[in-house]
Ligand binder design. Structure first.
Ligand code: SAM
Length: 278
């Protein structure tokens, strides 16, 4: 039986349909599952956090390669199916919202931990931000996301896709797109194509930042006003325009540029000057 047949069989057997509200698009390609397993570089020493295991398609393959899988699922129907399908100590199922669970508590004694998941797309950004900003001891994050999100995260300054999420993810990790996944590899088929990204989590951020609050505020201000020049967009209640102009002048950065033209190093340099740390 291939994955398409197995997925249909499981849904029929339990009298279920994919729940759109929960972003349920089940992976039905054996080949893509194999590639995810291979390219996420899992070893038998790794504990895997799987977000949204659904019917257990990836879970099954992850269980074969890793030490343990901790699967976090919000849909009680899926939790029931997983419990019936996999009778093994290697699988821990957590019924709950990934955005609300205490990951630190979950991975406290787990050693080498990697995230591998086909994410629910309606909360891709909050999930990535939770995984990266809270600095859990994760080695890597391999996730299926909407193709457009993957392209945004991997874009370069000066390109229209480049945004706050690009700078933030590249601060904490080294991201790359590892697999292109056309929409027909899911049941039901979503309206967008997808890709799998691997984010290798850095031991320390990619640039030296003296005050992260100021750094992230700059980024937020800049991209909230993308059309304005940075002399206007980077200023805020806390940072007057004159101060921004002075720092840009000192750093030799053209004040007529826009937020998307600045590299992560530029943001770090500006933030560090603003707090007198450079
Ligand atoms: N892993 C399965 C696969 O590849 O076929 C299903 C992936 S499906 C795109 C996303 C899964 O995330 C669904 O099973 C859905 O119920 C689950 N989900 C949605 N919101 C969630 C949340 N806040 N916390 C945990 N799981 C969630």
């Amino acid at each position: 039986m291939n994955l398409y047949e197995e997925t249909r069989m499981l849904l029929n057997q339990y009298g279920l349909r994919a729940n759109k509200r929960l972003g349920q698009n089940f992976l039905i390609s054996d080949e893509i599952v194999e590639q995810i397993i291979e390219k996420s570089e899992i070893t038998e020493n790794d504990t895997i956090i799987e977000i949204g295991p659904g019917l257990g398609t990836l879970t099954k393959a992850l269980l074969e390669k890793s030490k343990k899988v901790i699967a976090i699922e919000l849909d009680p129907n899926m939790v029931d199916i997983l419990k019936n399908r996999f009778i093994t100590d290697k699988l821990e199922i957590i019924y709950g919202d990934v955005l609300k669970v205490d990951l630190n508590e979950i991975i406290a004694n787990e050693g080498s931990v990697k995230v591998v998941a086909n994410l629910p797309y309606y909360i891709t950004t909050p999930i990535l931000m939770k995984l990266l900003e809270e600095r859990y001891a994760l080695k890597s994050i391999t996730v299926m996301v909407q193709k457009e999100v993957g392209e945004r995260i991997c874009s370069e300054p000066g390109i229209k896709e480049y945004g706050a999420i690009t700078v933030t993810t590249n601060y904490y990790s080294a991201p790359k797109i590892i697999i292109d996944v056309p929409r027909e590899n899911f049941l039901p088929s979503p309206e967008v194509d997808s890709c799998v990204m691997k984010l290798d989590v850095l031991e320390k951020p990619s640039v030296m930042v003296a005050n992260e609050k100021v750094f992230f505020e700059l980024i937020r201000n800049g991209f909230n006003h993308r059309r304005k020049t940075i002399s206007n967009s980077l200023a805020s209640g806390n940072v007057p325009k004159e101060k921004i102009m002075q720092v840009l002048g000192e750093l030799g950065i053209d004040e007529k540029l826009r937020a998307e033209d600045l590299s992560i190093e530029d943001y770090a340099n500006i933030a560090n000057r603003l707090v007198g740390a450079a």
